[in-house]
Structure formats: C-alpha cells, structure tokens
Write a protein that binds this ligand. Structure first.
Ligand SMILES: Cc1cc2nc3c(=O)[nH]c(=O)nc-3n(C[C@H](O)[C@H](O)[C@H](O)COP(=O)(O)OP(=O)(O)OC[C@H]3O[C@@H](n4cnc5c(N)ncnc54)[C@H](O)[C@@H]3O)c2cc1C
Length: 347
C-alpha cells in the first residue's frame, strides 16, 4: 500500500474513531502527540503529518486489510479457547491486608509489589481510580501507588497513554497491567515499525485482566449521577454468573443494579473483541467462580512462570490447582465471547 502523508491518522479517525469503535486503550495517545485522552474519550487534537502510521499500527481495533504489519503467529483466531498457556492455576495474595485492598485475590497487586521489591520492575503502568474526571493511566513507582490503583473500574481508561509517557521519560523495566485490548495493542506495538521492538524492550512483563466488555465511562457516570451515586465510587463489582448484577459500593454501602441496566453502555468496539483472557499477556488474571477471594491465573510465558514461581516460593502468593469444572467454564465463556464477536463482526 502506498502511504500518503496524512493517511495513517486519517484512516484511524475514519475507520475507528468516527465509527464509535475506539476502545480507549490509550495506545495511540502520546505516541502521536495529536491524540489525547480526556475524561473517558480519545480526542484528536490536530492533523498528524507523520508518514509512519504508528497510531494505526498499534490500534487493537484496526483489523482492516493493509493497515498493519503482519502479526506473525500471534493471531488469536488460531489459538483455541483461551490462547496459549503453560498452566492455569488459582492463586491469591498471601497477605490478608493486600487482599482486602484488591478486587478479588489481589494477585495483580501482589505480583507488582513483589516485582518492585525484587527489582524485576522499576515502575508499573496501571489504571488509577479517577476523581473529578474518569480513571486514567498512571505510572506507579511504589507500593502505595499500586494499592491506590487496586480493584476494577469497569470502564476502559486510556491506560497505555501512561506507557507512552514512561517510555518518553526513558524508563525501562516497566510492568504493565491492562485489558485484553491493551495486551493486543502491546503486541502490535512490538511488531510495529519503525521502533516497536525498542519500545517493547522497556516492558518487563505484562499482566492481562480477563474482560468480557468495558463500559463507556461518560455513560456510566451519567447513569450513576441519575441514581444519586457520587463518583468516584468506593468499589465496583460484577460477580460471576449467574448473579447478573452490577454492584457499586458507596459511602453508605453496596447498591446492586441489574446487569442489563448497564449493558446499553458497553463500548461498541468491545462487541467485536474476540479475546476474553488477554492472550498476549505473560500472566492473565480473572475472578474464580465459587471460591471467594481467589483469582484464576493463566501462566502463558516463561517470564510469567518465573514470577509466579518465585512469588510463591518466597511466601507472597498462595497457589492451588484449578478444578476441572472451572477450567471448562473458563473455556466455554472465552469461546462464547469469541463467537459473539465474530457474529457481530460479520453483521
Ligand atoms: C473492564 C474490566 C472487565 C473485566 N471483566 C472480567 C470478566 O468478565 N471476568 C473476569 O473473571 N474478570 C474480569 N475482570 C478482571 C477482574 O475484575 C480483576 O481485575 C482481576 O480478577 C484481578 O483481580 P485482582 O484481585 O488480582 O486485582 P487487584 O490486585 O485489585 O488489581 C487490579 C488491577 O486492575 C487494574 N485496573 C483496574 N481497572 C482497570 C481498567 N479499567 N483498565 C485496565 N486496568 C484496570 C489496576 O491498575 C490494578 O492493577 C475485568 C476487569 C476490568 C477492569
């Protein structure tokens, strides 16, 4: 394809942003100075004249022909239910206080704090809790930053803009936690020209979160205000099926809504995402059905395996085996997401 100067950014705007398909992963924000992230939305500041097409190359939604380099063998279409893995286990942070400050078993926060302590990472790109505006990407440099970013915000939050910032600042040995789309964007970044490999080398490891979908922040915010709930809420939860609930913790306690009441706010781009378990991560983490306070953990790479093994052997992590029934559910849920996405994509 002949690259016209303005065509990369123009294509991204036309085929992703203007079609409402942007999933707000943040990968283009700060990579190209003309993209910014504000209050749950990616904003185009100006026309970009670079002919590198970097924004398009890293976009996890840009799957149309001729817009990105060959992704080699990483295409998730061929990877079965949950992608490639070495082992699936269940785990939780051994420290009770750490679990209390986390979403479920606190494995994500525990591995980050452990890795900082050991010097495996110098910082971590995480998602903050937001305040006056939406949650966004944060460069965490110590345990208290990691705790501040603990738990789940169910809106996509431009997290990878913080990675672009960290790389620009010259940082290396960075841990990244993100959604499947964000892990996909990182894989695309690794394969991107002209400097994807160099940028990628700054990342020590990637922790992916399971994700069925994420909600548009502004729509969720308006919904909560209408229900007289001040944001940011103390905590959110979507308990595993069959609960069908969206739960919000306020100063006065938990308020439950039918999951259907927030489904209209699911980002359009999430409906064509085929990846539930963050297949491009080193370690993927989700909830565990039927055993409160534990996480399901997919160990995918040697990097992921080494961290889990050493965190366990040094007493930071409690580990147990995953029941066959849970494994079947995980496969089923993951395949169902893939089928739904392929149907939606075809429509
Ligand atoms: C949008 C979304 C959808 C999810 N859907 C599912 C699902 O369908 N099934 C399932 O099993 N699990 C799902 N999860 C994952 C689950 O909620 C927990 O994040 C995961 O189990 C890790 O738990 P933990 O106790 O180890 O987390 P913690 O130790 O508390 O760490 C949580 C980490 O999540 C990061 N984070 C928080 N919000 C976001 C965000 N919006 N974007 C990117 N990173 C974020 C924080 O930076 C923090 O590092 C979802 C999470 C999110 C954010």
């Amino acid at each position: 394809m002949e690259a016209h100067k303005y065509e990369g950014q123009h294509t991204l705007i036309e085929k992703v942003i203007n079609k409402g398909l942007c999933v707000r992963c943040g990968a283009c924000v700060g990579l190209c100075p003309y993209f910014d992230y504000f209050d749950g939305t990616v904003i185009v500041m100006d026309k970009c004249s670079a002919d590198t097409w970097r924004c398009l190359q890293v976009c996890p939604v840009a799957d149309f022909e001729g817009t990105r380099p060959d992704r080699g063998t990483t295409g998730i279409e061929n990877s079965g239910g949950i992608g490639r893995f070495k082992k699936v286990i269940i785990a939780r942070a051994a420290d009770e206080d750490m679990r209390r400050q986390s979403q479920y078993g606190g494995v994500a926060s525990c591995l980050l704090i452990y890795s900082l302590n050991k010097g495996f990472i110098k910082s971590a790109v995480l998602t903050d809790k937001g305040g006056k505006f939406s949650p966004g990407g944060m460069i965490a440099k110590g345990p208290s930053d990691i705790f501040d970013c603990g738990q789940s915000r169910y809106s996509a939050s431009g997290t990878l803009s913080a990675l672009n910032r960290a790389i620009k600042e010259g940082q290396d040995r960075i841990g990244v936690v993100g959604l499947p789309c964000q892990m996909d964007a990182l894989e695309r970044m690794r394969l991107s020209e002209p400097d994807g490999k160099e940028r990628s080398r700054r990342i020590a490891f990637k922790i992916g979160l399971f994700c069925t979908w994420a909600i548009d922040y502004r729509a969720l915010h308006a919904f909560l205000i209408e229900k007289s709930i001040n944001t940011p809420a103390k905590k959110f939860d979507i308990p595993p099926p069959p609960s069908e609930k969206f739960c919000v913790q306020t100063e006065k306690g938990w308020v439950d809504f039918p999951l259907d009441s927030v489904r209209p706010f699911i980002q359009k781009g999430c409906t064509i995402c085929r990846d539930m378990t963050a297949e491009n991560a080193d370690i993927s983490i989700g909830t565990l059905e039927g055993r409160e306070g534990w996480n399901t953990v997919i160990i995918r790479t040697s990097v992921g395996e080494d961290i889990i093994n050493s965190a366990e052997s040094e007493g930071w992590l409690d580990v147990d085996s995953l029941a066959d029934e849970n494994f079947s559910h995980l496969m089923e849920a993951s395949l169902n997401k893939r089928k739904r996405a392929l149907n939606n994509y075809a429509e």
